[in-house]
Design a protein around this ligand. Structure first.
Ligand code: B12
Ligand code: SF4
Length: 488
């Protein structure tokens, strides 16, 4: 899908979708497979899809879809069908898995629920051999006028070699980047045993955690590097569930001489705070540069609503000793790593003061803010809470991108929550510029202004001179954002 959100300005961040190359690596070798990550051609979607369908003449087209991308997916499906009426269309990813009913009227032939590698491989075999689909776990498919939903497929264990490595050669578009450096994604594990109420992971695959072998992970990093990557994003759902393993992985990266790459990872504050003494220096030595911390919120009431207290708790001598966030940030900073601060503002009980407390925290302690609003994705426990309280203000799913407030609080309208976040966050991002200049001066020189323009879009000379209110700028920003969402 081409759709991105506010924290992924396309001039600076174009991250590969890890599902696509993993699926490509897992089809049988007689198939010709092409990966077209439309994030790379965000403003030429129709032209690119048209060209690729004409050139490649596919028999099957698969789409990987998040909820906020559903509308665009519908448009791309129509386009592909128009270009090649007999093509079979298969959808997968978080949105089709958690809201399969939404795809029944969308011109889709097959829907793969949850992990896709083996289901997709078996689907292709069944299509090729004409052997029927009723034994393929995890598959939903159209049969006449109705849909059949086969039983779920249990999560893959990953320890065996059932899932083969990704196929990066299948990519037919170029240009992945993270602030001027080519970026790629790597998985070392899948799953999580927590149950944060806003996260789709539990409904997607249950509470479990499975890991790939280090040999496979290191080969995967080498393959990404050999394809040009200089930054590696570990996209594991929660790599910090097993800290000893994570430490061993850092050691393995160093032993393999792969520590010269930059690494980016997502982590729980509790894991970093409770094991930072040994973990943080090891992370630094193995090349970790940015750590996305799932802080979620600094207020206990909000953490309880988000069911995120446990993963943010510090423990000393086996006793809970409060919120882990500050200690985690301190360990990371002392080891020259930067904190991408994941916070969520706009829970039902939030007031102006509670939101401001979180924004102030972000201003003081995080290096790059990644602040979002609670977003009612299909089947999460939080969605039910918001619905029961009548707080969902928008059903336009293309707005469910995390930085558009689609829910209100008991005390504040959705727009006001979004305005507060937007206003604060723009300036926080500016503070990180010196760090980026030191690391990537050339990129800042030639491209940095685009990032600046993106961050301050909606502003004008008049607003810079204080002749226009910030609300006016915000309205213009929202209008620009509305237009941006027309990707196809
Ligand atoms: C890493 C990650 C990111 C990274 C990298 C994204 C990228 N380009 O890959 C970053 C930080 C950039 C990111 C951003 C966002 N993310 Co994100 N992200 C994740 C995370 C942690 C892992 C995703 C991943 O790569 N998994 C590994 C791959 C291999 O697994 P997979 O994608 O699930 O694919 C498998 C199956 O789904 C299936 N499949 C997928 N597609 C297809 C297609 C076909 C045809 C088939 C057959 C099968 C299939 O098969 C695949 C292999 O088994 C998840 C889950 C989590 N725990 O939070 C959230 C998650 C996917 N993100 C989510 C969201 C909402 C976003 C954002 C909108 C906002 C945000 N919360 O940050 C942005 C949007 C990004 C954009 N395009 O602008 C949501 C999606 C919820 C939903 N219902 O749509 C998730 C589930 C988190 C959550 N809130 O619950 N994200
Ligand atoms: S710890 Fe992270 S991956 Fe696990 S349930 Fe919470 S948000 Fe989701």
């Amino acid at each position: 899908m081409p759709d991105s959100f506010e924290h992924m300005p396309p001039h600076a961040i174009r991250m590969p979708n890890g599902a696509l190359t993993s699926l490509a690596g897992n089809v049988d070798p007689q198939h010709r497979v092409a990966v077209a990550d439309l994030i790379l051609v965000q403003r030429q979607v129709r032209e690119t899809v048209t060209r690729l369908v004409r050139d490649l003449d596919p028999e099957i087209v698969g789409l990987s879809i998040m909820t906020f991308q559903r509308r665009t997916a519908g448009r791309i499906i129509e386009l592909v069908r128009g270009l090649r009426p007999g093509v079979k269309i298969v959808v997968g990813g978080y949105d089709p898995s958690l809201a399969p009913e939404a795809y029944e009227e969308m011109g889709v032939d097959y829907l793969v629920r949850s992990e896709g590698e083996v289901t997709f491989r078996e689907l292709l075999r069944a299509v090729e051999q004409g052997s029927g689909f009723d034994r393929i776990c995890g598959l939903s498919y159209r049969k006449g006028e109705s849909w059949v939903h086969n039983p779920d497929r249990p999560p893959h264990r990953l320890e065996d070699s059932e899932i083969r490595p990704p196929n990066r050669d299948a990519r037919v578009l170029k240009g992945y980047a993270l602030m001027g450096r080519q970026v790629d994604v790597i998985e070392t594990s899948r799953g999580c045993t927590y149950d944060c109420s806003f996260c789709s992971i539990i409904e997607m695959r249950g509470r479990n955690f499975h890991t790939y072998s280090f040999d496979r992970v290191l080969d995967d990093i080498r393959d990404a590097r050999d394809h040009g990557a200089r930054t590696i994003f570990l996209v594991d759902d929660n790599i910090t569930l097993n800290v000893r393993r994570f430490e061993a992985l850092c050691e393995a990266i160093i032993a393999a001489g792969l520590q010269k790459l930059d690494y980016f990872v997502q982590a729980m504050t509790s894991a970093i705070a409770n094991h930072g003494e040994t973990l943080a220096p090891l992370m630094r030595r193995s090349g970790f540069r940015y750590v996305f911390l799932g802080i979620e919120n600094i207020l206990e009431g909000d953490l309880e609503f988000l069911r995120a207290s446990a993963k943010n708790t510090e423990r000393t001598n086996g006793q809970n000793t409060g919120n882990a966030t500050l200690k985690a940030i301190d360990y990371l900073h002392r080891n020259q790593m930067y904190v991408v601060g994941g916070l969520i503002v706009g829970s039902p009980d939030d007031t102006r003061e509670s939101i401001e407390a979180n924004l102030e925290f972000a201003r003081r302690y995080v290096d790059w803010p990644y602040i979002q609003h609670p977003t009612p994705y299909p089947r999460t426990p939080m969605t039910k809470d918001f619905r029961d309280q009548g707080l969902i203000m928008s059903e336009r799913l293309e707005e469910y991108d995390g930085t558009t407030a689609v829910v209100r609080t008991q005390h504040l309208p959705a727009e006001e929550v979004e305005f507060m976040r937007w206003k604060a966050e723009r300036w926080m991002k500016i503070h990180h510029i010196p760090v980026v200049i030191r690391h990537d001066p050339r990129w800042v020189l030639f491209e940095g202004w685009k990032m600046f323009a993106h961050t301050f879009r909606g502003s004008s000379i008049r607003s810079a001179l204080g002749l226009e209110s910030e609300k006016k700028v915000f309205e213009r920003y929202r209008a620009i954002r509305r237009d941006e969402r027309e990707y196809a």
